[in-house]
Design a binder for this molecule. Sequence first.
Ligand code: NAI
Length: 342
Amino acid sequence: MTDASSPIPCTLFPGDGIGPEITAATLAVLDALGAPFEWHAHVAGATAAARGDDPLPEAALADLRATRLALKGPLATPLGSGYRSVNVRLREAFQLYANVRPGRSLLPDGKFPDVDLVLVRENTGGFYVGVEHFIPIGDDPHAVAEATGILTREICRRIAEFTFEYALKHGRRKVTVVHKANILKSLTGLFLETVQDVAAAYRDRVVLEDRIVDNCAMQLVLNPAQFDMILTTNMFGDILSDEVAGLIGGLGLAPSANIGKDAAIFEAVHGSAPDIAGQDKANPTALMLSAALMLEHCGHLERGRRLREAVVRTVATPATRTGDLGGPLGTRAFADAVIENL
Ligand code: NAI
């Protein structure tokens, strides 16, 4: 049993863009809840790079090695060229192999009021390993581009075992493995084959079905309530989880947990939203729900439940929604409304 008051050291990345605003809102709610986190804040990403620092400073890495726990705002990655994604570096450094993205309808008046699924994305392999290059021809340095996706049986096995254990722990009955084994026969074929092997040990308790990714994308739009858990590779998981976020009302509502052998990092699915940064417009719901997942991860089940229920109650009421959901509130006022609902 976790002592309800013993301090929990936690690394904090306020993040880029809207990150500091949604982080401040989330910390205010956690404070009001009496959550005993002891924050170790670090500047990273584009904000650190703009100062001439490493976008993932060694001090932050060392701190995370010690705390093994982080709450993270979004960190921007330059497109095309520039420094490598800090998010990907963190996943690699701490072997955060399971990206858990719950997608649950929170808006009673939303387009899909009955979505309640958990998407598990393999977080370390596939096309995100960064093995890619251009081949110059003549005077065109970018004449040819080549990217390699890498998966091992071990990577596939650990994410499959994680998913079936998660299903048992959380009362989920069905896992849909999503792949493209008809075209990427080796890369996603190995994924499918290994998940099927692992599933055999859970046959009596969890049903396994499989879908090709394009079909899954369509089925999600037609009838998302048919899905219970989705297990998929890195890039398909990235894309499908944004689709799920869209189904439940938008990126502002989608939380995630990155779970690994050496640490766990909790963050919103969305990015740094530079278009609305610094304007008190960002919806902090996704980061608040990620903090609820973090409380549960730390054994604070009751505080996690209270936080989630307060957030759900706040977004369910049109008068206490943020602008992205058509409501009148800014980031700070939304945090106040959640605190009232605690
Ligand atoms: P984005 O998720 O930042 O924004 C997409 C759209 O959603 C924008 O219109 C934005 O205003 C809106 N949006 C996102 N979060 C919102 C919120 N909480 N409240 C209200 N509206 C919200 O995606 P984009 O523009 O593709 O990426 C921006 C930067 O974020 C990039 O540098 C990207 O690399 C980075 N990024 C970082 C992630 C992370 O740290 N985990 C994840 C995804 C992107």
